[in-house]
Design a protein around this ligand. Structure first.
Ligand code: AMP
Length: 409
């Protein structure tokens, strides 16, 4: 099969040939003709399948040369700024040599440049939901001209709690539009949203059958650093967790935590790059078999971990790379099961937390864990601003409401 036979015009095929794209991937073969026909599409496809080209190429081919400022014709929503940037890079690569303008907007960076970019004629906007809504509110763009709305990695958008934002955005889009919904997994909650947004969609699936997925509850506890280890042991014990994956930042940190948990009587193993392949494999096998209760891993070592139905993931330390947070919490909530991602956050990590919030474009309020509340007189907490105290108090009130945690007498 060739790109030309899917309906792409010679100039677009030539651009793809220059990029060494000679054969369409399965999702491209299925999606390109469907999108060119104007139908809504519901597609199961993971990253790495060529899905970005599958939805961008037919849309780009149909764009007119001239457009208005602030009024994109194509809106692509992504869960993270990392993905927004990646999709934008792809669009710019595919559209090289054309007049097509693509602007990406996401949180965590100055809004001013984005406002300026949108004030020029723009064909395609790639956005995370939170920043997009901010820009809409400021009048930096409007959605009345959008012909096609793409939800990329829709399951992650929903995992990250963006359902309300999706419905708010839909209200601003024209009734007559094409909607393309791409998701790696289709648990019921994702299906429900998909069918409420799509109009008689063509359905296609190139996702392997065993990758279904993800309902993740994110809980963040603010606490002193020295309280983390006892708090972790308490959570495991009181919750009777039989299988928990704990993330730390360093190999030394992993070994030290394992040693301490063993002193607490918990069967724990470390998984990091200094361990031999055999040792790592054994730890993993024992963890999967339920013989090891706590697996303490670094981010790199954890990449290959695939434990179906993992109920709990703990961020004992927040990662230096915000993207790793998304990878970490994606380890739970698999196979359509509920999963909890719990983060223990000390004051020195609040900057890392801000990076994560910017990346996923969503606030992550912290709460207190009864008996492990942060002590305001601990050295690491000196100089805490009033604003932070107010935030914590608000978070605590919320915690009391939603988790039944009582004030410590
Ligand atoms: P994606 O799933 O969109 O993240 O794409 C995965 C990778 O495959 C990207 O690096 C693309 O540049 C590449 N790619 C997509 N389609 C093709 C194709 N038809 N031939 C060769 N490479 C491709």
């Amino acid at each position: 099969m060739s790109f030309a036979s899917l309906g792409l015009q010679p100039d677009w095929v030539a651009r793809l040939t220059a990029l060494h794209y000679t054969e369409p991937t399965p999702i491209q073969s299925a999606a390109i003709p469907a999108i060119l026909s104007g139908r809504d599409v519901l597609a199961g496809a993971q990253t790495g399948t060529g899905k970005t080209a599958a939805f961008t190429l037919p849309l780009l081919q149909q764009l007119p040369d001239s457009v208005d400022a602030k009024a994109p014709l194509v809106l692509i929503l992504t869960p993270t700024r990392e993905l927004a940037q990646q999709v934008t890079d792809s669009v710019q690569r595919y559209a090289q040599g054309t007049d097509i303008q693509c602007v990406s907007v996401y949180g965590g960076v100055s809004i001013r440049q984005q406002v300026e970019a949108l004030a020029q004629p723009v064909h395609v906007v790639v956005a995370t939901p939170g920043r997009l809504l901010d820009l809409l509110q400021q009048g930096a763009l409007q959605l009345h001209a959008v012909r096609t709305w793409v939800l990329d990695e829709a399951d992650r958008l929903l995992d990250l709690g963006f359902k309300d934002e999706l419905y708010r955005l839909r209200r601003q889009l024209p009734d007559t539009r094409q909607t393309l919904f791409f998701s790696a997994t289709f648990p019921q909650a994702v299906k429900d949203v998909a069918f409420s947004l799509l109009n008689d969609p063509l359905q296609m699936d190139v996702t392997p059958a065993n990758t279904t997925a993800a309902q993740i509850q994110q809980i963040l506890y603010s606490m002193d650093k020295r309280q983390k280890r006892p708090a972790l042991a308490y959570l495991i014990g009181s919750g009777q967790w039989s299988q928990v994956l704990v993330f730390v930042r360093t190999k030394q940190g992993a070994d030290a935590l394992v040693a301490e948990l063993k002193l607490d009587g918990l069967r724990a193993e470390a998984l990091h790059g200094d361990k031999s392949q055999g040792t790592r494999q054994r730890a993993l096998t024992e963890f999967k078999a339920g013989q090891v209760r706590v697996l303490v891993a670094t981010d790199v070592a954890a990449r290959g971990i695939d434990v179906v139905d993992l109920p709990y993931v703990v961020n004992y330390e927040l990662p230096f790379q915000a993207e790793d947070y998304v990878h970490r919490i994606g380890r739970t909530g698999r196979a359509g099961k509920e999963g909890k991602a719990i983060s223990l956050v000390s004051r020195d990590e609040e900057g890392l937390l801000a990076d994560i919030e910017a990346l996923i474009d969503q606030p992550l309020p912290m709460i207190w864990l009864e008996g492990f509340e942060p002590s305001f007189d601990e050295p690491e907490n000196h100089g805490r601003q009033l604003r932070k105290q107010r935030q914590k108090n608000k978070a605590k009130a919320k915690a009391q409401a939603s988790y039944g945690i009582r004030k410590k007498k």
